[in-house]
Design a protein around this ligand. Structure first.
Ligand SMILES: [Ca+2]
Ligand SMILES: [Ca+2]
Length: 211
C-alpha cells in the first residue's frame, strides 16, 4: 500500500516535469500547423523568451490580468464573444493595455482560451486597429501573434493559422539588423504598419479566439 502511494506521488511528479519540459509556442504551432516536420528546440523563458508559451495555461488569469480586465477592456460587447470581446469575421478580439513581453502576452491570452491575434487580411487589421483606437484614443503599438523564432524570415501565427497577409513597414522585418527581432508589433511608425521587435519588450497586446 505504501508503495502505491509512493508510485502515485512519483507519477504526479513526472507529469509536472513533462508539463514544464513540454512548454513552448513551437508545440502549439506544430500541433496546429499544416507544416509537418517542423523541428524546434524547447527552452525556458529565461534562456529563450521567444515564442514560448505554456502547454497547459493556468485556468485562472493572474493578478495582472484581472487588473487589466478592470481597466483596459474594450467597451464593445458581443453576445457571442462575451463581455470585453469584439466580434469580427467569426472571431473574437480583445485589446489588453497592460504591457507584457510577447511570451507573457501569449500566455495571458491562452489563459482566456485565446491566443495573440493572427491577422489574415486588411479588413481584419483595420478592425484590430479600430479596437486599439477605441481603447486608447491612439494608434498604440501592440503585440499580435506573429513570430519567426524558428527560422528568421519564416513568419508564423501563434494560433497555427497560415501566415499569408502582411503589412510590413518599409524595410521591415529587418531582424534588428542582427539584434534578433522575432516578434511582431503592429501600429509601428506613422504608417501604423508592422515591425519585428525583440520579444522581451513589453507592449499592450491583442488576443483572439474563435467563436
Ligand atoms: Ca527574426
Ligand atoms: Ca524591426
Amino acid at each position: 500500500m505504501r508503495w502505491c502511494v509512493v508510485g502515485f506521488i512519483i507519477s504526479l511528479f513526472r507529469d509536472v516535469v513533462e508539463l514544464r519540459e513540454g512548454s513552448g509556442c513551437e508545440e502549439a504551432l506544430i500541433s496546429r500547423s499544416s507544416s509537418p516536420g517542423l523541428q524546434v528546440q524547447a527552452g525556458t523563458e529565461e534562456e529563450d523568451p521567444l515564442c514560448l508559451v505554456e502547454k497547459h495555461p493556468a485556468a485562472v488569469p493572474d493578478a495582472d490580468l484581472k487588473k487589466e480586465k478592470a481597466t483596459s477592456d474594450l467597451v464593445k460587447r458581443s453576445d457571442r464573444c462575451g463581455h470585453g470581446w469584439s466580434q469580427f469575421n467569426n472571431r473574437c478580439f480583445r485589446y489588453i493595455s497592460g504591457a507584457q513581453t510577447w511570451p507573457r502576452a501569449e500566455r495571458n491570452c491562452r489563459s482566456m482560451g485565446a491566443t495573440l491575434a493572427s491577422v489574415h487580411d486588411v479588413h481584419e487589421y483595420h478592425e484590430i486597429q479600430r479596437l486599439v483606437l477605441t481603447a486608447t484614443h491612439s494608434y498604440q503599438q501592440a503585440w499580435i501573434g506573429g513570430c519567426d523564432i524558428h527560422e528568421d524570415g519564416h513568419w508564423m501565427w501563434s494560433d497555427g493559422s497560415a501566415f499569408g497577409y502582411a503589412d510590413w513597414c518599409p524595410g521591415e522585418p529587418n531582424n534588428g539588423r542582427g539584434r534578433k527581432q522575432d516578434c511582431l508589433q503592429m501600429n509601428f511608425s506613422s504608417a501604423k504598419c508592422w515591425d519585428d521587435l525583440q520579444c522581451q519588450y513589453k507592449l499592450p497586446y491583442v488576443c483572439v479566439k474563435k467563436i
